[in-house]
Write a protein that binds this ligand. Structure first.
Ligand SMILES: N[C@@H](Cc1ccc(O)cc1)C(=O)O
Length: 331
């Protein structure tokens, strides 16, 4: 796979394609980041962006993981001490998951976001940004909560992080796109250069196939799940024998989350998947790419129950090292 392909595979959006192409010309040693509000246990949402970071490392880039403690604090996620403690646990899980330690730098937001220069830049942005504009950027991150002043400061700080961490690329889920658009608009106003952004898809809720999956709403899979819990969740997932399911009774769009997990979580990490089947049902199947597997599900060659069993096995392999780490940490 060439560098451009590694950078962009499974990305839902790149901003802009031209800037990413430039980066792909010479990715060696360039810096990409994802910021996470520390929350202790990694779940599929974290792992989807982590997969992209692994791709970028493979292309030669260095990765910065921002443990966004100040942002979590602004978003009312607990006391500062609690937040920092959960951040330490996340570090260990990211490395266990497969990020290359030599190419990964972990930075706490509080290491630089409280410095005088940063804070003064922040105030400059506050002067230059309407409340309406900042609030729009936050809509998807803040959820249903009533907007507080902290929610307006939050996206302006995220904008500055891109400059202060000296990055060449900002990565995030599609829910970060409005903040990255704000950054493109605002960074030049404080005389900083615009950096490209890359957005990963948001996988649908496991049980309904609707909306987006996160740890707070709906069912997700996390590093905390035992093999049995993981199997149970995958087995109860929505999986019609097609990649384009019909909308539900209320007209809500649906996806096939089982296929999405194969596409975004499993195939990027394994060269080949084996679906184990007894001889009398046709024997084992081997897949080297997502498309063939999705075609077989659609044609009936691959039964949803077999697809789910296989998905559970591979997801379990992916989270097993992180699960071990968590056990060690918690004793
Ligand atoms: N906004 C991110 C967290 C984040 C914070 C600061 C950043 O610079 C980047 C990302 C989230 O929703 O979790």
């Amino acid at each position: 796979m060439d560098a451009y392909e590694l950078l962009t595979r499974n990305a839902e959006e790149v901003v802009t394609d031209e800037e990413i192409r430039d980066l792909a010309e010479d990715p060696e040693g360039k810096r990409a980041y994802v910021g996470y509000e520390p929350s202790g246990v990694l779940h599929l949402g974290h792992l989807l962006t982590a997969n992209k970071l692994i791709d970028l490392q493979e292309a030669g880039m260095d990765v910065v993981i921002l443990l966004a403690d100040v942002h979590a604090y602004l978003n009312d996620k607990g006391t500062f001490d609690e937040i920092r403690e959960t951040a330490e646990q996340m570090k260990a899980q990211f490395l266990a998951y497969g990020l290359d330690e030599a190419q990964t730098e972990f930075v706490y937001g509080s290491e630089f976001q409280l410095d005088e220069e940063y804070v003064l830049d922040l105030h400059t942005l506050e002067v230059d940004t309407t409340m309406n504009r900042a609030q729009r950027a936050m809509a998807e991150i803040q959820g249903d909560e009533t907007a507080k002043v902290s929610h307006l400061v939050y996206p302006l700080m995220q904008t500055l992080d891109i400059e202060y961490l000296d990055l060449d690329l900002a990565v995030g889920g599609l829910d970060q796109r409005k903040v990255h658009m704000l950054a493109r608009e605002k960074l030049p106003e404080v005389d900083y250069v615009v950096r490209p952004a890359l957005h990963t898809p948001i996988v649908a809720d496991l049980t309904s196939g609707e909306g987006k999956m996160s740890s707070s709403e709906g069912v997700t899979i996390s590093m905390e799940d035992s093999t049995e819990e993981l199997e149970e969740k995958v087995n109860s997932a929505y999986c019609p024998p097609t990649r384009d399911p019909e909308a539900d009774d209320e007209g809500n769009e649906r996806e096939n989350p089982v296929l999405e997990l194969f596409e975004y979580h499993v195939f990027p990490r394994f060269d080949e998947l084996v679906v184990e089947r007894p001889e009398k049902y046709g024997g084992d199947l081997t897949y080297e790419d997502y498309e063939t597997l999705a075609d077989d599900l659609e044609s009936g060659e691959l039964h949803p129950a077999d697809a789910k069993g296989t998905l559970a096995t591979y997801l379990d392999e992916l989270i097993a090292p992180g699960r071990e780490k968590l056990r060690e940490i918690r004793g």
